[in-house]
Design a protein around this ligand. Sequence first.
Ligand SMILES: [Cu+2]
Length: 126
Amino acid sequence: MAATRRNWIARAITLGTLPLLGALGRHAAAQAPTPQVVKLVAQRFRYTPSEFRVKPGEVVLEFTSLDFVHGFNMPDLKLRADLPPGRVTQVRFTVAAPGEYPFLCDNFCGDHHEEMGARMIVEAVA
Ligand SMILES: [Cu+2]
C-alpha cells in the first residue's frame, strides 16, 4: 500500500515536471540570440576581447577600429575584412564545426603588428 502511494507520488511529480522542463527549454531557445553578435575593438596591437566563445550557427562580428585600418583575417573560414576607424564593420558568417578559429591583422599597422591576433572558440553543443 505504501509502495503504491510512493509510486503515485513519483508519477505525479514526473508528470508535473515534464511540462515545466519543456517550457524552460522553449524559453531558452527563444532567448538564444540569432545571430550571435560579438563586438570587438581593434587597436594597435590587439583585438579586444582577444578570445570569445560562440555556439555553432550564425555569427556577426562587429568591429570598431580606434586608430588604423586594421585587417581581420580568419583563414580557417576564409574570412577577411578591412576595419577602417570611425565606423562599425560587420562580418557575418555561419560556423558549424566546434573548435578554435584564430584570426589576425593582415594590414601592417606598426612595430608590433605581427602580435595582433586573437581567437574565436566555437563551443560543442551539449
Ligand atoms: Cu593591425
